[in-house]
Write a protein that binds this ligand. Structure first.
Ligand code: CMC
Length: 429
């Protein structure tokens, strides 16, 4: 039902008792039946595992039309932002609702740039992790600890303190991420070079060695900036919903974002880009593609094509289309002949003509090609989800900021269908 066709209210009859439920409409998207008064009026809750049919909040940040393959940040199509903007400008847009003027951007960039350093005590914190700790484990821990460094600026009623916390997170997550990587390979930590732009600074923190300068190809920074734009936000996905749920308790933003990173880690969410590369490596050769497709169709196998399917996109993922093009460009310009790209293209081709995938509307998602670009840039597989986290921090803090100003803001507290024992007596001894 479209917005225009939707009635102002619907009637639900429960055991002969008719309840009028208002219908809420946003600017775009499906109308939503408001059910808040349902329990009081009928004694019933609603049941929606995975929240596939439930809007948890009102938000003006990002809009997705999964049928049409549309993704808008603050109304701007992702294709236009990918072609004409940069990650930091997109972060500003997500946080503030409008594109910045030149002066606003200069101030924002300067604010972010001046908060890139970590407290020195972080170094011993990082040193405490095992050398082979997964960087996502380190990132969750490090972000969780951030509040302990900024406890004097955690007055959530102060809009400026909220803004600064968001800036600190956008600024420091790349520094922390690069430090986690360097710890894992035994390199000395690198301080952020503030004469560089956001993405280049991160690449320097990742790859510069004391022994010599780093020569960075412009296509590397451009590709990473593009990936960051495409991953910056995706409305109420699992990690953003987690940030909001934690945020609804009044917890500080560092704890909220640490929780978001934990949610992102899973292979059904941000961990998929790592899983895609492992899968492509396992398939190994284009001649094994068909058997991988067959295995993914066999429910008994427990194997899914990673990087395929999406809860919301049921046509194509517009981010995948943009990334696919950039993948070819990066490999060409860096002169890399990666057999995984061949496997990926054959896999995509085979799945897209297979009835199983066509009927279920399973298309390559954002993570299908992103890993190939990360690999070409020299980023190790374990860091892929960390890269996603750097970009998504812009979305998480924007949702957290929006939530703090939401007049309908209340603690998130879902209900359940209890399936355990009914009341029973403790056995006599
Ligand atoms: N390979 C094979 N079959 C699949 C796949 C897949 N990748 N994805 C879904 N299906 C099947 C699934 O078995 C089910 O079949 P049936 O109707 O016969 O039971 C049907 O398609 C619907 O799947 P679902 O699990 O009910 O769909 P969902 O909306 O709950 O899950 C998903 C979405 C993304 C978790 C899922 O498609 C998946 O596991 N994909 C692989 C992991 C992946 O690439 N995740 C990254 C998502 S994009 C990045 C992000 O936003 O985090």
């Amino acid at each position: 039902m479209s917005q225009n066709e939707s009635p102002d209210q619907v009637t639900l009859t429960v055991a002969g008792n008719a309840v009028e439920l208002p219908v809420q409409r946003g600017t775009l998207g499906n109308p939503c039946i408001e059910i808040a008064k349902l329990p009081k009026a009928t004694g019933c809750f609603t049941y929606d595992p995975g929240f596939g049919a439930t809007a948890s909040c009102k938000s003006a940040i990002t809009y997705i039309d999964g049928e049409e393959g549309v993704l808008l940040y603050r109304g701007y199509p992702i294709e236009q932002l990918a072609a004409r903007s940069n990650f930091l400008e997109v972060a500003y847009l997500l946080m503030n609702g409008e594109l910045p003027t030149q002066d606003e951007f200069a101030r924002f960039e300067s604010d972010v740039t001046h908060h890139t350093m970590m407290h020195e005590a972080f170094k011993s914190f990082i040193g405490g992790f095992r050398h082979d700790a997964h960087p996502m484990a380190m990132l969750v821990g490090m972000l969780g600890s951030m509040a302990s460094f900024y406890h004097n600026t955690l007055d959530l009623d102060d809009p400026e303190q909220r803004r600064m916390a968001a800036i600190r997170l956008i600024a420091k997550v790349p520094t922390i991420a690069a430090a986690c990587y360097r710890h894992s390979i035994g390199w000395p930590l690198r301080y952020p070079r503030n004469n560089l732009e956001y993405v280049e600074r991160f690449l320097h923190m990742m790859f510069e060695v004391p022994a010599g300068p780093l020569e960075l190809k412009p296509v590397a920074a451009r590709a990473l900036d593009l990936l960051f734009i495409l991953h910056a936000d995706h409305e109420q996905n699992a990690s953003t919903s987690t940030v909001r749920l934690v945020g609804s308790t009044g917890a500080n933003p560092y704890a909220c974002v640490a929780a978001g990173v934990a949610a992102l880690w899973g292979p059904a969410h941000g961990g998929a880009n790592e899983a895609v590369l492992k899968m492509l490596a396992e398939i190994g050769d284009a001649k094994h593609v068909q058997s991988a497709v067959d295995r993914a169709k066999d429910k008994e196998s427990g194997f899914r094509l990673m990087g395929f399917g999406h809860r919301v996109y049921k046509n194509f993922d517009p981010r995948a289309t943009i990334i696919r093009e950039m993948t070819h460009k990066v490999l060409d310009e860096l002169g890399i002949d990666d057999p995984m790209l061949e496997v990926a293209m054959r896999l995509e081709e085979a799945a897209l003509k297979d009835d199983y995938f066509v009927q279920r509307k399973l298309y390559p998602n954002v993570d299908f090609y992103s890993g190939i670009i990360y690999k070409a840039l020299g980023i190790p597989t374990e860091m892929f989800t960390v890269m996603f986290a750097i970009a998504r921090t812009a979305g998480w803090v924007s949702h957290w900021l929006e939530q703090q100003e939401d007049p309908e803001f209340r603690i998130g507290r879902p209900r359940q269908i209890y399936t355990g024992h009914a009341t029973r007596d403790y056995p006599a001894k």
